[in-house]
Design a protein around this ligand. Structure first.
Ligand SMILES: Nc1nc2c(ncn2[C@@H]2O[C@H](COP(=O)(O)OP(=O)(O)OP(=O)(O)O)[C@@H](O)[C@H]2O)c(=O)[nH]1
Ligand SMILES: [Mg+2]
Length: 672
């Protein structure tokens, strides 16, 4: 976690400033942190660029990041370009930490997507491109590592053209690629070929430009064209493509010149509205919320409403920026804020920001059981993990109260190692992880319905609940609906039903979460509080929310059984690159691991295989790779989809009272 402020100096707070919150995104090792460092150097924030290889960069500040040479948490560093404050947000590229990228996406004005000129487009690059496009985030492509042997910027540029369906606008040309003198030369704004291509790119989206382009209208002046281009860049309709090197600095000046064209002024007059995108603790344990403001101003000691309607007063507000004044943060800026109570990542601050809250990346697909080396440290371990879960909500701490087991969701083995190292370094806790297992999901096959009625055996509860379940499209989530009048019973009972439906769906018929479905309440009934003939409230004659909570899981499981569910396992897209000579044994191993190669290409020495592999086998493949390829193979994978399991569906040990077994369930409830 980087809690960093660059040289704070006194300066009046400008009424409205131009800010560019710029995410640096890429596949692992593409050079994001190095490029961030180079930009800070170009922006005059540091006198010499640090290096990830010696562990002295501005954004990789965690001990673990420095020792491992990878970014784990996103970090903010700021500099000015003329009158624009640029907040660079360096993100991790390793797919195990993709959740960090997810949190950052919601606060970006623009992104630099870094691609290596040597390794080219990777599965993770494609994932990022898809998401940037879907969220309509203005993007620049920076083809990095121009100085490295084997750099093929033209080849990679063509790959990007194909991936981005020709929305790219090549911004210059390269000389001496593959050596320390590699350079990037931007086209001159008046270069007729360049002007032509800008017209062409703009004409794609703009009728008027199209007419100008095909020639029946006078062409725009240079200034008019630049203004149109800026609008198209800000609207994410055109993606400029540059090349360079984060190490030699080639291309970086051009990037710096281009960035201000993406900045816009945020509405400062509106009521304060922000979003928490990162939570950290300072060395003394004080909670710090990283807030991006979308509108208005947030001041220290001002009252502000946070998620859940609580009213708080920030005790410290520290905006990012080389000359930032502490005490207030205004629209467009990012600040570290103390005193917001226990806000979480994704919470709104002030008026709710008008942002889609939809998740972009898939949730983790792996799970593991954590055990403290010393059993008596279980409580301490739980507290430490809860602490980590606050910074990384997707690790989704799952506890089995009956057996005391602690489970964590994971994206991969590297994340697991990082969590182990953090527990040791920050909390002095030694832990063991059990073998990682895959997190499957359950999908409905058809519709199903079930109901149990009040005072009708075998229903032991004073409640009527009828539910119908229907499968929904992939990624549509869980929706709860009513087919009874809302007024047919007290709101508290409705709430009890919906809450227990949602909780029970976490462990379906086979113990896995049930996803993408609609649950409809079809029958509801209760016994009103008996008070006229009885002096006191008689629980045996009046329904309580507890009756609904107890009955709902039984009805839901019956409905699920009628609908039938299919257990689906996570499958990843993979890209494997290895020497051609290893191809035979590799392909046979892939088939043993149920991987499906779909595309294959090779040049003289190296082969590239792309396809699908079950998440359960990735670790296996990863471990065999060095032997299979003489240490020359590299494997990239990203989650792609859930596919139905072939053969016997795997079960997950339940941590609830098991509503799939009525007798056991009722006896456990009675005992509780
Ligand atoms: N030759 C050369 N090496 C580079 C360049 N950019 C980065 N590197 C090297 O590539 C390696 C990875 O660089 P990082 O900046 O850590 O990459 P990253 O994208 O931040 O990596 P993660 O945060 O772990 O995803 C380091 O060894 C860098 O020195 C470049 O332009 N040229
Ligand atoms: Mg990095």
């Amino acid at each position: 976690v980087s809690v960093r402020q660059h040289v704070l100096g006194p300066a009046g707070s400008a009424p409205a400033m131009k800010v560019l919150n710029l995410g640096v995104l890429a596949h692992v090792d593409a050079g994001k942190t190095s490029l961030t460092e180079r930009l800070l150097y170009a922006g005059g924030v540091i006198v010499r660029p640090g290096s990830v290889d010696t562990g002295d960069t501005q954004t990789d500040t965690m001990e673990l990041e420095r020792s491992r040479g990878i970014t784990i948490r996103s970090a903010v560093a700021s500099f000015w370009i003329d009158d624009v404050l640029v907040n660079l947000i360096d993100t991790p590229g390793h797919p195990d930490f993709v959740a960090e990228v997810e949190r950052v996406l919601a606060v970006l004005d623009a992104a630099v997507l870094v691609v290596s000129a040597v390794e080219g487009v990777q599965p993770q690059t494609r994932v990022l491109m898809r998401i940037l496009r879907r969220l309509c985030i203005p993007t620049l492509i920076f083809i990095n590592k121009l100085d490295r042997a084997g750099a093929e910027p033209e080849e990679v540029a063509l790959q990007m053209d194909a991936e981005l369906a020709q929305r790219t606008l090549h911004w210059g040309w390269v000389t001496k690629a593959g050596g320390p003198d590699a350079a990037f030369h931007p086209f001159a704004p008046e270069d007729p070929d360049f002007v032509d291509r800008i017209h062409e790119a703009l004409a794609e989206h703009d009728e008027m430009m199209l007419e100008a382009y095909v020639g029946d209208r006078p062409r725009l002046t240079g200034e008019q064209l630049a203004a149109r281009l800026d609008t198209a860049l800000q609207g994410a309709r055109i993606v400029p493509l540059l090349s360079g090197s984060a190490i030699t600095g080639a291309g970086v000046d051009t990037l710096v010149e281009l960035l201000p064209r993406l900045a816009r002024v945020a509405p400062i007059a509106d009521p304060a509205s922000g979003l928490v995108f990162k939570v950290a603790r300072d060395p003394r344990g004080t909670r710090i919320a990283f807030v991006r403001m979308f509108a208005g101003v947030l001041r220290v000691r001002d009252q502000v409403t946070v998620e859940g309607g609580r009213i708080v007063r920030p005790t410290a507000v520290l905006p990012f920026g080389p000359e930032a004044v502490s005490g207030e943060v205004s629209a467009g800026q990012i600040a570290q804020v103390v005193g917001l109570g226990d806000v979480s990542i994704g919470d709104g601050v002030g008026a709710a920001p008008d942002r889609p809250g939809r998740a972009s990346f898939p949730p983790p697909t792996l799970e593991t059981r954590v055990l403290p080396d010393r059993p008596e440290q279980r409580g301490k371990l739980l507290a430490a993990l809860a602490d980590l879960a606050e910074q990384d909500p997707l690790i989704n701490l799952r506890q089995d109260d009956s057996r005391g087991d602690i489970h964590l969701s994971l994206y991969g083995e590297v994340q697991k190692e990082v969590i182990r190292d953090m527990l040791a370094a920050q909390y002095g806790l030694g832990v063991r992880f059990e073998r990682t297992t895959v997190l499957c999901v359950e999908r409905l096959v058809g519709n199903g319905a079930a109901a149990e009625f009040l005072q009708t055996p075998p229903n032991p509860f004073l409640a009527t609940v009828g539910l119908r379940v229907e499968p929904g499209p992939e990624d549509s989530g869980v929706h709860f609906g009513l087919e009874v009048e809302l007024g047919c019973m007290p709101l508290a009972f409705h709430r009890a039903v919906e809450e227990s439906v949602r909780r029970a769906l976490q462990q379906g018929l086979y113990g896995w979460p049930v996803v993408d479905c609609r649950i409809i309440l079809t029958h509801a009934g209760y016994l009103a509080r008996q008070s006229h003939s009885h002096a006191v409230f008689d629980k045996s004659m009046s329904s309580t929310a507890g009756d609904f909570r107890s009955l709902t899981p039984l009805v839901l499981m019956a409905a699920l059984r009628r609908a039938d569910v299919r257990v689906c396992e996570p499958v990843h897209a993979f890209r494997l690159s290895a020497p051609v000579s290893c191809l035979g044994p590799l392909l046979s191993t892939l088939s043993k691991l149920s991987a499906v190669p779909m595309e294959q290409g090779q040049d003289v020495s190296r082969a590239v295989i792309e396809g699908e592999i079950p998440a359960a086998e990735i670790h296996n493949l990863q471990q065999r790779l060095p032997t299979l390829t003489g240490g020359e193979g590299s494997l990239e994978t990203v989650f792609m989809r859930h596919r139905p399991v072939v053969g016997l569906p795997p079960r997950r040990a339940r941590t609830d009272n098991d509503p799939t077994n009525r007798r056991l369930y009722l006896s456990r409830l009675r005992r509780a």
